[in-house]
Design a binder for this molecule. Structure first.
Ligand SMILES: [Zn+2]
Length: 489
């Protein structure tokens, strides 16, 4: 063996053993996750006052540097939390859209990882090579009322040039002062995104934003692409097929695009949907595992060996998912039968505190929906849609309705119960019968985009399934992913 060949083999061994170690690190992160999950942030509607005590705790830890780097319009503090002694700066910010908290939660899980005594070698490796800077919840005013925009009513992600928002100015100032090598721009996207031409939700979507209309790839953007390819491989292991790639059309007003232009390798991560995970806790875990793994890969430089060409192989993001899709139902209109697919979104409505929510569903499309997919799908051939009926007896209170046998009523075709006294401010009930007021007129049954889906699916003239507020209930078994029915006045 020539010394050249020998050296080559040694090099390859080093590279592959590096990847092997990373793989072990990643799967250990996945299996030990529960130990680091921050328990106080287990619901999506987190507020500034939920994260502030956790930030205060980090201030007392000499390993961390915590600085208030700005204030929101309503005066909530924006904190930059830094750790590490390396020469490569990695800057991560989350929740510039107030209703996109998944990565904020993951960042606090990452803090718990960093403050634990575990994973000593990997942690040393990370902190001697990198300086990590976190700015969690960039839009705390939006988070307070669980809305995308800030208190000025603007989208901070369209404010990178005009810089009218103090939140946007803070992000720009911190980026410029760090002149970070890598920037993680952490968001949530609609749960209705899927990986193109598949029924798989885009649980995670990525983008290495373009820095010009020509969509050129320079070293800065290329490095972002490499890290994305690396993270994609990780997600594929735990959520196969559930990754999408965002359209990279240049948006001159967006932060990601400009940060790429200003010389920081910008990586956009969007947390989407995952079946039966309304609080996105599995997706939070995937954020934790993939971001920490990416950080480790940046620390040891292994990402550099990844070919950029793999980036374009990630399937494109599409938006073709329904919460419930009903195929080939029979619908009678003016004495004639038609075949319809029906697509339903179980939309969220916040309670006044913006800490909890209920669902108020809508038909969002009907017709030939064969190019669409559902988190839940019913093959409805042979089932006829008929409107839900009103229970003939008027009850005195909502409490009395709760004592009825809901499933028996549904089996008889009733989806509404009339109630004499409905307390103010109540909008939903947790059992599958809609409550209607004394004077409420149930609209004539018509399948239309925009209506609240309340109907029975009959098989040979007998109720077989009920759809109550857009939730499907099997009337034979009584099963379904039911959440709530509505109170209609
Ligand atoms: Zn966003």
């Amino acid at each position: 063996m020539t010394s050249y060949k020998f050296a080559l083999i040694i090099c390859l061994l080093i590279v592959f053993s590096g990847f092997g170690q990373e793989k072990d690190f990643t799967s250990n992160l996945y299996t030990t996750y529960e130990k680091y999950k921050e328990p106080s942030l287990d619901k999506r509607r987190i507020k500034h006052n939920n994260i502030q005590p956790l930030i205060n705790k980090l201030s007392a830890n000499p390993e961390f540097k915590v600085n208030v780097v700005g204030k929101s319009i309503e005066g909530r503090s924006l904190s930059l939390i830094s750790i590490g002694t390396g020469t490569t700066d990695v800057f991560l910010w989350s929740q510039m859209h107030g209703d996109e908290p998944t990565a904020t939660q993951a960042i606090f899980d990452i803090f718990n990882f960093l403050t634990s005594g575990d994973f000593k070698n990997e942690k040393e490796n990370i902190l001697k090579n990198l300086k990590l800077h976190f700015l969690p919840m960039l839009n705390p005013d939006g988070a307070e009322v669980y809305q995308r925009r800030n208190t000025l009513g603007i989208d901070i992600n369209r404010d990178a040039l005009s810089l009218q928002s103090p939140e946007g100015r803070t992000l720009k100032r911190v980026r410029d002062s760090l002149d970070a090598d890598f920037g993680f721009n952490l968001h949530d996207q609609s749960t209705y995104y899927n990986a193109e031409r598949t029924d798989k939700p885009a649980t995670i979507s990525y983008l290495a934003p373009a820095f010009n209309y020509e969509k050129d790839i320079n070293e800065v953007r290329g490095n972002a692409m490499k890290v994305i390819v690396y993270m994609n491989q990780i997600i594929q292991k735990y959520a196969p097929g559930q990754v999408g790639r965002y359209n990279d059309d240049f948006e001159p007003r967006a932060f990601g695009d400009n940060i790429q232009k200003w010389g920081t390798s910008a990586i956009l991560i969007e947390s989407g949907g995952y079946k039966s995970d309304p609080e996105k806790q599995e997706i939070r875990k995937l954020n934790y595992v993939s971001i920490l793994s990416a950080i480790y890969s940046i620390a040891n430089g292994n990402y550099k060996n990844i070919p950029i060409s793999e980036y374009d192989k990630i399937p494109e993001n599409d938006r073709k998912l329904f919460d419930l899709k009903l195929n080939n139902l029979t619908y009678n209109l003016l004495g004639k039968n038609y075949t319809l697919d029906v697509g339903i979104h179980q939309l969220e409505v916040d309670n006044p505190s913006h800490k909890t929510y209920y669902n108020s569903s809508r038909v969002v499309d009907q017709g030939d929906l064969s190019t669409y997919y559902g988190y839940e799908t019913l093959e409805g051939k042979g089932y006829t849609m008929v409107g839900g009926k009103v229970y003939p007896k008027i009850l005195a209170s909502i409490k009395e309705v709760s004592q009825l046998k809901a499933l028996d009523l549904l089996r008889s075709g009733f989806t509404y119960v009339r109630v004499e006294n409905i307390p103010k401010g109540e909008n939903y009930v947790s059992y599958p019968l809609n409550i209607i007021g004394k004077d409420y007129k149930v609209p004539e049954f018509k399948m239309r985009v925009g209506v609240i889906p309340n109907f029975i699916l009959e098989q040979q003239g007998k109720p077989r399934y009920a759809v109550v507020n857009g939730f499907l209930i099997d009337l034979k078994s009584g099963e379904g992913n039911f959440k709530n029915a509505l109170i209609l006045r």
